[in-house]
Design a binder for this molecule. Structure first.
Ligand code: ADP
Ligand code: MG
Length: 263
């Protein structure tokens, strides 16, 4: 990342409409109440005539919600999550955090509050610890927090089978990880930063029953502490752990379960 920092900054500048980064005013955004998706319509090809992928979608997510986002393959679940992360922003409508719109100015602040696990996470050819504390220099890593994240992600038993524990190398010159282990490592990476909101794209789909239940239970407990979670999954088992279920199909979202967490 460091090696490409210059190119990334050039790219960012052009995405910001040619303005240098310093000139782009950065505004802090707070997330203490709710995340609102208001009348969002999106299509990848703005020139296409067909129906949009997301059509006038509105929903309100309350802090502390554990939301399961389900729907057929290709219905736009991952796209919807990319909109929430600020990775896609050429949509109609608004995304509001505590009433403030997600914009160029507020995007960085919002992204600093969220943890995002992609469908196919990137694993570094480095130690387990470096993979969890992604992007941090060794002296800034908190090993106790890394251990906790590994435990919550259901990876503790696996890590403990190695004499080097968290210092065990993974990737080409180390352990070859299974799909499920990669997912859990990426989840531990997101949890390590202790974000206010977790966006998890199919993190449980390659796990065995035991690990799946362990992670769902941990996520439920994390939501109970006031963190907000959105999990994309096809798994009916996940329904009972989430307090809300949103079903996305034909461009619209239908709420099929809602239990309010706050009294
Ligand atoms: P899901 O996660 O529900 O399976 P996706 O959000 O990945 O659905 O994709 C929804 C639709 O958008 C699919 O038809 C897919 O081919 C299309 N799509 C996804 N990403 C892109 C992209 N970057 N450019 C154009 N079309 C895309
Ligand atoms: Mg997807």
């Amino acid at each position: 990342i460091q090696a490409y920092a210059y190119a990334v900054s050039e790219l960012e500048q052009s995405l910001n409409g040619g303005r240098p980064n310093e000139e782009l005013e950065r505004k802090e955004i707070n997330f203490s109440r709710e995340l609102e998706i208001r009348s969002v319509t999106f299509r990848y090809d703005s020139k296409s005539e067909g129906p949009p992928l997301l059509k006038d979608v509105s929903t309100l997510i309350v802090k502390g919600d554990f939301v399961l986002l389900e729907g057929p393959s290709g219905s736009g679940k991952t796209t919807f999550m990319h909109l929430l992360t600020g990775l896609i922003y050429d949509y109609d409508g608004q995304i509001l955090i505590d009433g403030s719109p997600l914009t160029n100015e507020t995007r960085k602040s919002w992204q600093s509050r969220l943890g995002f696990v992609q469908q196919s996470p990137i694993i570094l050819q480095d130690t387990i610890l470096q993979n969890v504390a992604f992007g941090l220099e060794s002296r800034n890593i908190n090993p106790a927090a890394a251990n906790k994240a590994i435990e919550l992600a259901g990876l503790a038993e696996f890590v403990n089978t190695f004499s080097l524990k968290m210092d065990t190398p993974v990737g080409e010159n180390g352990l070859t990880l299974s799909g499920g282990q990669r997912q859990r490592l990426a989840l531990a990476r997101a949890l390590y930063r202790d974000p206010e909101i977790l966006l998890l794209d199919e993190v449980t789909n390659q796990l065995d029953e035991e690990n799946k239940l362990l992670i769902l239970k941990n996520l439920q407990a994390i939501a109970g502490l006031g963190k907000t979670i959105m999990l994309i999954s096809h798994d009916p088992v996940a329904r009972s752990f989430a307090n809300r279920v949103l079903h996305l199909s034909n461009g619209t979202i239908r709420e099929t379960k809602r239990v309010n967490t706050k009294t």
